[in-house]
Every structure is written in structure tokens, then in C-alpha cells.
Design a protein. Sequence first.
Length: 378
Amino acid sequence: MDDVRRGESLAEISAPGHLANPGEGISEEELALAARNHGMPLEALRYGVTPPGLHYVLVHYDIPAAEAAEWRLTVRGRVRAPLALGLEALRSYEPVTQRVTMECAGNGRARLSPRPVSQPWLVEAVGTAEWTGVPLRALLADAGVEPDAVEAVFTGADHGVERGVEQDYRRSLPLPVAAGPDPEVLVAYEMNGAPLPPQHGYPLRLVVPGWYGMANVKWLCDISLTATPFTGFQQSVAYRYKQSPDDPGEPVTLIAPRALMLPPGFPDFMSRTRAVRPGRMGLEGRAWSGHAPVVRVEVSTDDGRTWHDAPLDPPEGHPWAWLHWHTAWTATPGTHVLTVRATDAEGRTQPLDQHWNRGGFGNNLVQRIPVVCLEEDG
């Protein structure tokens, strides 16, 4: 199940991870990544459920060719009755729909200093969708998990090379998470009531509520139960909180708390600086955490010098989806920096200063929005 390292030809086209030098701008390679992958426009925070075309996208390699009629999901390894299921067979299970907020583990990476060179996310790598599919635990129950199984390894059909390692995209979950009822992991075939779009994993993907996006394997084609922990690239090398290249690090798992604000007013095309008119206006956004429910959102209109609470809307029965918050602000002429932060029920809150790591993962530094309030005559 481990990934295979090839010869020098692959090493030559697949550079090791590195940090940007002081003053080094975004490279052509990073621009190419940013063109392939996209964040959610922050004005889409107005939607409780993100339209699929606005939901963030990260594709590690290529979007694979997929024909639903020919697709098979295998469940094998440390099971008593291996399965090979087509889409029709999966749809015969009782469907479950969950509203889930999903965030890329690298969200905020481009704001770090020194900057890890990779997909240059700011704060928009997030979205919330209603995913419909089969509870993974139902498939595992039918396959009959052997007593010595400790992990479930998930393989996607996307294939590529990363840091010299040729691989299919693979990630694993501890068996208690994979087979657990809370969160209930889904093998999903629909997004917002329609078949998965190609960039979101058509025809099958994994949805792991509360976990960063790397766990939500797209184009899912195989589930293998193992008696030992999975040590493939995406598990043991990538997606770990490291301080140095030789640091084994800690695994990236649950989403850290974050709040985002729907930027007020209207933007400058290049700088995205917001312009508003003087007077009273509403401020709103969304907040979420993979560790525990968000219980507090605070807003600052003076770049974090003072804070006030922003009321949260009551939960709507979607424990793994973001919550809406709102407040009001009286804008006065001049330059302002609006800031928002979330705190969850376990006491985790967003930092005012960066928590740096070499991969740029889990960076939930508070959002800051520069706003210019125009004089009355505009």
C-alpha cells in the first residue's frame, strides 16, 4: 500500500518542498496552481450552502476520467467479505445527507512568513455543501471488519508525482473514526442534490465531517482495511505540522476554529481594498470549528485593539456546518481594519499572530479587511 519512489527522471521534475526567500514573490508554478485551484469568493459567505461552482477546489494531480456506469468501489483487506460495488448498488443503501463545512488544510498559507511554497491560499479555501451518500460504517459492517484492523486506507483515482514519489492519492483514517457514528463519514455521490461535479470527485468521494480537506478523498475507488498504520506519502510526509525538514511532525486532522467576514462595501479591482460610505451598516459572516461548536464570535473595527461580541444565529441542526453571525458598525471617514475571530466550546480561539509551520497548515490567523470610509461627498 505504500507509495513507490521512481528514478532520477521523476526526481528532476518534482522538487522538494521549500520556503520562499525574503522578498521572493509568487512563482509561475504557484500561479499555475492558483489557476487550477480556486477559493470561494468571500461574498459567497451570504449563502448557508455554497453553490458548487463557488465552493473551494483543490486538485492534487489531474481530474481523472470517470464513467459512472463502469465505476467500482472495492472494500477489501482485513475484512471477511470483500465488496465490489457500482453506483447502483451504493444507491440501494439508505441515503444520508449531511451539511458539512470543508476547509483546505493549507488555507492561509500565503499569509505566513516565511512563506511555504505551494498552493498560495489566502483565506478563501472553504465551502459548505450538502453531501448525500452511504454511511461508511454501513459498508464496513457489510464487509465484516476483522478484529486486527486498525485503519481504513482510501485511494482516489487521481495519479501523479510529488517530491519524487509517484502515487495515487491515498489517505487513511483510524478505524474508530472511519466506522464511528459521530462524525458519520460518508461515501458521497451527490453534492447539493445533484451528482458530484468532476472537480469535486465525480462519481464518488469521501466526506469526513470536521476534518481538513485532505481527508476527504475524491474519485474514491478503493477502501482497504489494514492491520498496521498506513505510511504513504500523504499520511507520513505531507499534511504534518513540522518546524524543519527532518521533523516528523504531528498529523493534520481536525479543522481549527475560524470566522470570516463578508467584506462590506465595494472593492478596488487590484488591491481588493473595500470602500464604504459613512453611516450605520451591517457586518456578517460565518464561523466554524472541527473540534467543537463555535460559541463566540468577536469583531474589531480598529485592527484588534478593541473587540465586541457578534451574535450567532441559532444552530439549525447541522453540527458540522458553519454558523452565521452578524453585528453592526457605524463607519466614519478614514481608514479602518475590520477583524473577526471565533472561539469554540473547547476554548480554542483564533490567534492574532501566526502559528508558523513548514507546510503552512492549519493557519487560522484572524482575517483582516482594510476598509476606506469615503468622505460624504465621495
